[in-house]
Design a protein around this ligand. Structure first.
Ligand code: WT7
Length: 677
């Protein structure tokens, strides 16, 4: 069967061997309470009704002034949404909820140490803190709309407070993931030309308190060498009034926020009426090559898009407790911990720590104790939780109505564990496919309207029209079983506006490939290139294979690494799998397979063979791995993605390069020894 499909694909296409998974229907109980059950939403958001359809999302917000033009394409592909509109994000996420929900919890802050009390911050309290912080930014730092500020903060309630204080004044924030080094922070300070850095002295991770302030010193020093002077470093204290870092404060440069705030108690700062198309924040993302790209997200369009998708895809209601376990240092946290949920008056959980500290039950205890009923995380966390405590969820008394998976393709086996064990067979699951660049979801099911299909993200979101092109620019129609480069035909309000300071790179990276006419001002000529390989089924559901860079070419047949990994995960003992290409004289490349096992299982020749047999059985002889390496853990990034590039270097006997930014650099040596023999 696999043979047949392969002969039908050309070099410009990617063969796909996955079988179709069966649908899972959401429960009647879920549907009965859902925010969106009206199937006509897909008609209302059809291409015929584009771009006016997005008024529906914008109307979830309060505007000082409505827009003159819903979509301005005069500077295509730098599209401007809701042009002429005036709005403030902080007002929409905080102030407007005071009339009816002043005492509702906006943020539940869960410290990592279980003996520390959870902090429940009401909308009223959030409003007070945001105002006072805005006063510090405006009156002490002298910042104003359009200025950039770099934030390098951990997962604490002070982070959204700081972001919202910036948004209140139109200051563009650039939050750098707290786990990143001082030098990574410096690069972002330089690129955004920030004069102010906001950080925290320390935070907990894995039971240890980490000195975070030392990274600020390093960042400021490195930035200075590149001629970017940071005048002020504002330091939040993990324990207000106490300094928890070892590194000394620098006189005249470093200030404790908690000290500064004392001068601004009771100060209220009017939200600045910002143009809808003004930038709200920068989020840096690393490409495969070159320096990180500062994805510039706008104000009105971004907020409208994340508010709409939080309401209809996350299905958040006022009485729900919503927990997205991502880090606010990534786009998921910006869109779906802070801005989207708060815009629709949710109670959002912020968890400081790691999911497996102090034990495999931590997440489920938090869910039980706070009454979390909407849970949002990534396959990497799901795999890890499955690995360390496959039967743990059953021990806790919580009930999720809704769960999300995001960040990478989820293997159907892992999806089923998530559904059956974590969701206890009751929760609707959405698999949301999107990117830092896209601001919000591109493909997902709307949970009460479309059934779930394990491993598939689902159809395009309302108003998002995906299309799959082969390398020659021909459309691959749905249901062909052939993958290609997935693009979006149309712009949407959540999409980034440009790469900060580098419009050319924005155009070349994301639009040049399939653009019909570089001078065109018509959005139809500018399909957005996501860089992912995907296959669209007959029913319009999209299954992502991974980045096109992750596709390997065996004897002229392009195979998605994710597909091979999913096949390996069918084997009971396997917890994680990663496929990398290894040079082969005849085939060009051959797959090399790395797997980590669930606890209690041990490596053996038989097991390696069993796993390899699964690849052959599920995909075909072409997928047979040169070797199955059973390792104790995978090298991972700080955000939990498996570093296939490091494994590929080991397999191919190349220099692995700098591994210090990995979450677990020590594993690299161990794997090297094993592979070199
Ligand atoms: C890349 C974007 C989405 C916010 C967090 C990651 C992969 C993301 C899915 C999904 C399959 C996914 C894609 C995408 N990806 N979500 N549900 N199914 N793949 O943002 O770091 O910008 O990464 O993550 O390859 O292009 P990011």
């Amino acid at each position: 069967m696999a043979e047949k499909e392969i002969t039908e694909t050309s070099e410009a296409q990617i063969a796909v061997h996955w079988g179709e998974e069966a649908y899972y229907a959401p429960s009647v109980k879920f549907i009965a309470q859902a925010n969106m059950t009206d199937e006509t939403i897909y008609d209302r958001f059809s291409l015929d009704n584009f771009p006016d359809c997005f008024k529906e999302y914008a109307d979830l917000l309060d505007w000082y002034k409505y827009w003159d033009e819903i979509l301005d394409t005069s500077d295509a592909p730098c599209f401007k949404w809701f042009k002429g509109g005036l709005i403030n994000v902080s007002y929409n996420c905080v102030d407007r909820h005071l009339a009816k929900n002043s005492n509702k919890t906006a943020i539940h802050f869960v410290p990592e140490l279980e003996e520390e009390k959870v902090e429940h911050i009401t909308y009223r309290e959030l409003w007070v803190r945001v105002n006072e912080m805005a006063a510090v930014l405006r009156d002490f730092c002298g910042l104003k709309a359009g200025d950039r500020v770099t934030l390098h903060m951990p997962m604490v309630a002070e982070l959204p407070v700081t972001m919202l204080a910036c948004a209140r004044l139109g200051i563009i924030h650039s939050q750098v993931f707290g786990g990143f080094s001082g030098s990574a922070c410096a690069d972002r300070i330089v690129d955004s030309a920030s004069h102010v850095l906001i950080t925290m002295d320390a935070y907990y991770r894995g039971g240890k308190i980490l000195d975070h302030k030392e990274k600020a010193d390093e960042a400021v020093k490195i930035a200075a060498k590149q001629n970017q002077k940071v005048d002020k470093v504002l330091v939040w204290q993990r324990y207000p009034g106490k300094y928890s870092a070892q590194t000394p404060m620098v006189d005249g440069r470093d200030y404790f926020v908690n000290d500064l705030l004392k001068d601004y108690y009771g100060v209220r700062v009017d939200p600045v009426k910002m143009p809808a198309e003004a930038p709200l924040f920068l989020m840096y993302t690393s490409g495969t090559t070159g320096k990180p790209k500062g994805c510039q997200h706008g104000t009105g369009g971004f907020l409208a898009y994340v508010a709409g998708t939080s309401k209809y895809v996350q299905d958040i209601h006022p009485e729900d407790v919503y927990w997205c376990m991502a880090d606010i240092g990534w786009i998921t946290g910006h869109s779906y911990i802070v801005y989207g949920p708060l815009a629709i008056c949710a109670s959002s959980v912020i968890f400081e720590g790691v999911p497996n500290y102090p034990d495999a039950g931590r997440c489920w205890r938090i869910a039980q104790d706070l009454g979390v009923n909407i849970f949002h995380t990534a396959p990497t966390a799901i795999r890890a939780l499955r690995k360390i405590g496959p039967d743990e969820p059953a021990k806790y008394d919580y009930e999720f109505k809704h769960m999300t998976t995001v960040g990478e393709p989820i293997e159907p086996e892992v999806w089923k564990w998530y559904y059956e064990k974590v969701g206890k067979g009751k929760a609707a699951i959405v698999d949301t496919w999107w990117q830092t660049e896209t601001g919000g979801f591109l493909c997902s099911t709307i949970p009460a309207i479309k059934p779930m299909k394990p491993g598939s993200a689902g159809p395009g979101m309302p108003g998002i029209h995906p299309i799959i092109y082969d390398d020659d620019g021909h459309e691959i129609p749905p249901g062909k079983g052939i993958a290609g480069n997935i693009c979006i035909r149309n712009p949407w309000p959540g999409m980034f506006q440009t790469i900060w300071g580098d419009r050319d790179r924005f155009v070349t990276n994301y639009f040049a490939r399939y653009c019909k006419d570089p001078d065109s001002k018509d959005w139809r000529d500018w399909p957005y290139l996501t860089g992912d390989a995907a296959v669209m089924a007959e029913d319009g559901y999209v299954r992502i294979l991974g980045r096109t860079d992750d596709v390997i070419n065996v004897s002229g047949h392009r195979l998605g690494t994710k597909e091979l990994e999913s096949a390996a995960l069918v084997v009971e003992e396997v917890a994680e799998a990663a496929v990398v290409p290894i040079k082969h004289e005849i085939k060009g490349v051959e797959p090399d397979l790395y797997v980590a096992l669930k606890p209690g299982y041990h490596a053996s020749e038989e097991l390696a063979k069993k796993i390899n047999d699964a690849l052959v059985r599920e995909i075909g002889p072409i997928a047979k791995a040169r070797k199955v390496w059973i390792v104790s853990d995978m090298p991972k990034t700080r955000s939990g993605k498996i570093m296939r590039r490091v494994l590929a270097s080991i397999s191919n006997n190349r220099d692995v390069g700098d591994t210090m930014t990995l979450a677990n650099p020590e594993i690299v040596e161990e794997i090297k020894k094993m592979v070199k023999g």
